[in-house]
Design a protein around this ligand. Structure first.
Ligand SMILES: Nc1ncnc2c1ncn2[C@@H]1O[C@H](COP(=O)(O)OP(=O)(O)OP(=O)(O)O)[C@@H](O)[C@H]1O
Ligand SMILES: [Mg+2]
Length: 353
């Protein structure tokens, strides 16, 4: 009993060898044995078929795995290459280049989007830097040459000590003006370059508006203006208190400086139903031409009528920069009459009043 391999001499294989049979012998009892078996060649064929199928399957699976891996990593590397070549192009000076975005929304796409936004931000900063340097070169030339002229004049023509003193005093005033302009420019650049929300704290905007109104009221009254403040209590936002105070002060100062005596200046702070803040400074002065409105926030821009008043044309640029830092919108419009400047903090509805 058990497994045996028999040779069957009566049957021959293809190669002339006697056929071999593999059989299991079972004892049936009573001296009888039962042998059940099959041709070894057929068993071999089945075995071979199974092995071949197995090898094919494993081979194909491996091929597909490797092939798929190569294709995927190639696609991935191609996109990484695209990022690298964009960076390379930017280094070479093509600052407008951006990383291609495929719109599939996958990880690499999101990375590309983030990189592009970063590049946009850097681009905007570079542009504003560029703008500042050309503005500075253009607009500081005049006072600098005036300063130079005064000193030259004094050297050529002043004959007495009082004449020299007068020339030096004038030069000192000119230099002071220049220093103020530089300080204002630097301040704007600082605000424009600051990262949004860094160092922000809760600011009581109502207190800021009241404080500015109180600070300017004596000057306003002395100049024959009327200044009123209509301030909703307890309006708070996240921000930089010093910059917000400066921005509101610039708006009030403009209303004082660019309107004739007897004008009325209003400071309004309202809160919409959702508690969002909207601050307006208006006056009933001559206002500006509507063509001028978009240019008022440009550095050094001064309206035709204001050329004789002191100032650099930088006040509203700073207000715009502070607004931007706070995610707020600065809206300038012609009132009826006068100029109305509105700072609308994020989320506030389109109309504030
Ligand atoms: N309330 C206003 N009424 C009329 N014109 C205004 C008013 N506010 C601003 N302007 C115009 O906008 C221009 C730009 O204002 P901005 O505050 O930037 O500069 P500025 O007041 O001339 O100088 P400064 O740098 O001292 O503020 C002014 O020169 C003026 O022509
Ligand atoms: Mg001003």
């Amino acid at each position: 009993p058990g497994w045996i391999t028999l040779k069957v001499p009566e049957a021959t294989e293809d190669d002339g060898q006697p056929e071999r049979v593999r059989a299991e012998v079972i004892e049936l009892g009573g001296g009888l044995l039962l042998a059940v078996g099959d041709d070894l060649r057929r068993i071999g064929e089945v075995e071979e078929a199974v092995t071949t199928a197995f090898l094919w399957t494993v081979g194909l699976a491996a091929l597909l795995g490797i092939g798929g891996g190569v294709v995927l990593s190639r696609a991935f590397l191609a996109r990484v290459d695209a990022i690298a070549s964009t960076a390379e192009a930017i280094i070479e000076g093509d600052l407008g280049r951006r990383v291609p975005v495929r719109g599939t929304g996958d990880d690499l796409d999101r990375l590309a989007g983030t990189l592009n936004r970063m590049l946009d931000r850097i681009g905007a900063l570079m542009d504003s830097l560029h703008q500042v340097s050309s503005d500075v070169a253009h607009d500081l030339r005049t006072p600098l040459s005036r300063l130079y002229q005064r000193l030259e004049d004094a050297r050529a023509h002043a004959r007495s000590v009082p004449e020299y003193e007068a020339a030096v005093d004038a030069a000192v005033r000119e230099a002071e003006g220049l220093l103020d302009t530089f300080a204002a420019l630097l301040r704007i650049a600082q605000v424009e370059g600051a990262s949004p929300r860094a160092g922000f704290k809760e600011v009581d905007l109502s207190a800021v508006a009241e404080a500015v109104a109180d600070a300017y009221r004596p000057d306003a009254e002395e100049a024959g203006h009327r200044l009123s403040a209509e301030v909703a209590p307890g309006v708070a936002i996240d921000g930089d208190q010093e910059l917000l105070t400066q921005a509101v002060a610039n708006l009030v100062e403009n209303a004082l400086r660019h309107t004739p005596s007897g004008s009325h200046i209003g400071i309004h702070l309202v809160r919409d139903s959702a508690g969002r803040a909207c601050l307006t400074v208006d006056d009933d002065g001559p206002g500006v031409d509507s063509d001028d409105l978009p240019r008022l926030v440009h550095r050094f821009y001064r309206g035709e009528r204001s050329r004789t008043t002191p100032g650099n044309g930088l006040g509203l640029s700073l207000v715009a920069a502070v607004a931007e830092l706070h995610g707020a919108a600065l809206h300038l419009e012609i009132g009826a009459p006068g100029l109305r400047a509105t700072l609308r903090f994020p989320g506030a509805g389109a109309r504030c009043r």
